[in-house]
Design a protein around this ligand. Structure first.
Ligand code: ZN
Length: 235
């Protein structure tokens, strides 16, 4: 047995790796999710649907080229734990691993064709300081690894987010207005580019709308598309 395998086995005994969805122990060649849970991931396949529900959500607000989300999520669903883990439980690398898979799976749909740069939804610095990382940056990294499209931190959060959880769509919209601004130094030379904004989840679309507006207001002729790891299935 190689030293590395030996250490892995020892680590398994001391701290068994388990599936983020079903909690069953993972095989040596499984990462984050077991084969079964990965196979049963509730995919949206939005990338193959013309004017999908995500496109419909954004329609009439700000012109968006195309929208996709990798899987459906419902707060009472075991798959919701993926989002919780990448955001709060210090496992953002699972998000990177998932978006890398997503980009590979979506290649045939040509969703990423013509996109010049990937822009993560930023986190306000006070939140960044308490959480230690921005999960959207890891999601952007996964897409970037799979597609070769560079990540550009073209947005910054200028105002702290108050919690969105108990707000309705109109309140969320007001809450996010003016929350984001384009970073002028990073936006230099992006005139006429096609940018893909990336976030963990889309619910009402208010965060993505605020981000798209900030980029459109700053970069002449910019085109915007949207990608989220998950799409909330609303009750
Ligand atoms: Zn599982």
């Amino acid at each position: 047995m190689k030293i590395k395998d030996l250490l892995n086995s020892a680590a398994q005994v001391l701290m068994p790796r388990t599936c983020a969805v079903c909690d069953n122990p993972l095989d040596g060649d499984e990462h984050y999710l077991c084969r079964q849970c990965l196979m049963e991931l509730p995919r949206t396949h939005y990338e193959d649907i013309t004017f999908n529900p995500f496109d419909q959500l954004m329609a009439g607000k700000v012109p968006i080229e195309r929208c996709a989300a990798f899987f459906f999520y419902h707060k009472n669903d075991p798959y919701a734990s993926i989002l919780h883990d990448i955001k709060y439980r210090n496992v953002p690398t699972m998000g990177r691993w998932l978006t890398e898979r997503a980009a590979h799976e979506m290649k045939e749909s040509h969703f990423f064709d013509g996109i010049d740069a990937i822009v993560p939804v930023p986190l306000h610095y006070t939140k960044l300081a308490s959480r230690g990382y921005n999960q959207s940056h890891f999601l952007a990294q996964g897409l970037s690894r799979a597609t070769g499209i560079p990540e550009i931190k073209a947005l910054k959060a200028v105002r702290e987010h108050s919690t969105q959880t108990h707000k309705d769509a109109a309140e969320r919209m007001r809450n996010t207005q003016g929350m984001y601004a384009a970073s002028r130094s990073h936006c230099h030379g992006l005139d006429g580019n096609h940018l893909l904004i990336v976030d963990d989840v889309v619910t009402t679309g208010s965060t993505l709308l605020a981000c798209a507006t900030a980029l459109k207001d700053t970069i002449p002729g910019v085109k915007i598309s949207l990608f989220t790891l998950a799409a909330a299935q609303l009750e």
